[in-house]
Ligand binder design. Structure first.
Ligand code: SF4
Length: 356
């Protein structure tokens, strides 16, 4: 390896480590203690979610599922309930399935082997690298959103990081810069740098330990990097959510185990308002006594927007018919049952019980 390149790599990691010693975060809940399980759960929660949002979820999750075995043995409903509001629920389902594999194949322990960790559900190359580096001090690189931002800006790398060629360049840099000592601290440090200094909208270059040789700063390209994905039109879909309220509570239905909001509990849905009464007759055996359409709102997913029209339906009596099938429950705030509920449904339930 040429001496100049070696010097660059050494100075990159040593500058970041020196900055971390003074300014990095050393008191995050998953750092104390930094076990493979806690690192894993935190890494999954931190995908697409900011640290300050994750902290209370992480603490509640660890209090309920302190060990891999506890998580594996818990019902999926309990896991989803502890994920309610974090979004991207496939993460929770994968976490649960992976915990069961760890229980069955590795006696409830995370193996200290990159390939075995990466083979678990929901664990990609970067998350496996983070577990190896943070929990086992093994020299593996990570490339999460924060690290991608730092590396694209510092190296002036143009092109959407989701493209294979760009991703390969970034992985090569990430591996090149990962030091051979203090691996866990360096991994935490570069994530912290991306989250706190080289932030998406307002990078604080004057405070950045690698500003002297940052290409984006030198050329004023901070706001253009990383290159965003080409904008795709986000389709707008419509749905009507039926908030059916009877004497026992509000009717919720469990969604199929995979797909949108898989395994979570939500209101029954129809596509259009004129399908409401036929749905009630078919499923409840009765037409609603009172019906009230609420103001529609739009919920944004990564791949489409959902225009939701909530409709409140009052029932004087509980219809016997609905309880004949599983997958339904009458939800009541006063004796709230521990199930996972997606954020828009939770908001509507809160409004509903506030109004009553
Ligand atoms: S100098 Fe600015 S743009 Fe470059 S890595 Fe540091 S914070 Fe990011």
């Amino acid at each position: 390896m040429p001496l100049a390149m070696l010097t660059n790599e050494l100075s990159f990691s040593s500058k970041i480590l020196a900055w971390f010693d003074q300014h990095g975060r050393h008191d995050l809940p998953w750092q104390q203690p930094r076990t493979p399980y806690r690192v894993w759960v935190s890494e999954i929660m931190l995908q697409q979610t900011q640290v300050r949002t994750v902290i209370p979820y992480f603490e509640r999750f660890m209090a309920r599922f302190p060990e891999i075995i506890t998580l594996a043995d818990a019902p999926l409903d309990a896991v989803l309930e502890h994920w309610s509001g974090l979004g991207y629920y496939a993460r929770a389902r994968h976490l649960h399935r992976a915990a069961q594999q760890l229980r069955d194949q590795y006696a409830g322990q995370m193996p200290a082997d990159f390939a075995q960790v990466q083979a678990l559900p929901g664990i990609g190359r970067s998350t496996a690298g983070a577990i190896m580096a943070l929990a086992f001090e093994q020299r593996y690189a990570i490339l999460d959103g924060n690290v991608k931002r730092v590396l694209t800006r510092h190296g002036g790398i143009v092109g959407w990081p989701g493209e294979t060629a760009v991703a390969n360049t970034l992985w090569a840099l990430a591996e090149q810069y990962t030091p051979t000592v203090r691996i866990a601290e360096y991994t935490q440090a570069i994530m912290d740098l991306g989250a706190g200094v080289c932030s998406r909208s307002r990078p604080q270059c004057a405070r950045c330990p690698i500003h002297a040789d940052c290409q984006a700063r030198a050329t004023g390209q901070q706001q253009c990097l990383p290159t965003p994905r080409k904008a795709r039109a986000q389709p707008l879909r419509h749905t009507v959510m039926l908030m059916i309220q009877g004497p026992q509570g509000v009717l919720l239905q469990q969604r199929p185990p995979v797909g949108l909001w898989g395994g979570l509990w939500a209101f029954p849905q129809v596509e259009q308002l004129d399908e409401v009464t036929p749905w009630c007759l078919a499923h409840l055996g009765t037409a609603p006594q009172t019906l009230q359409a609420w103001e529609p709102f739009t919920h944004v997913f990564s791949h489409f927007r959902w225009k939701i029209t909530p409709v409140w339906l009052g029932l004087a009596h509980d219809p016997a018919k609905i309880m004949e099938a599983g997958g339904w429950l009458w939800y009541n705030y006063s004796d709230a049952i521990a199930v996972g509920v997606p954020a828009p449904v939770a908001n509507l339930l809160a409004q509903l019980f506030q109004n009553n």
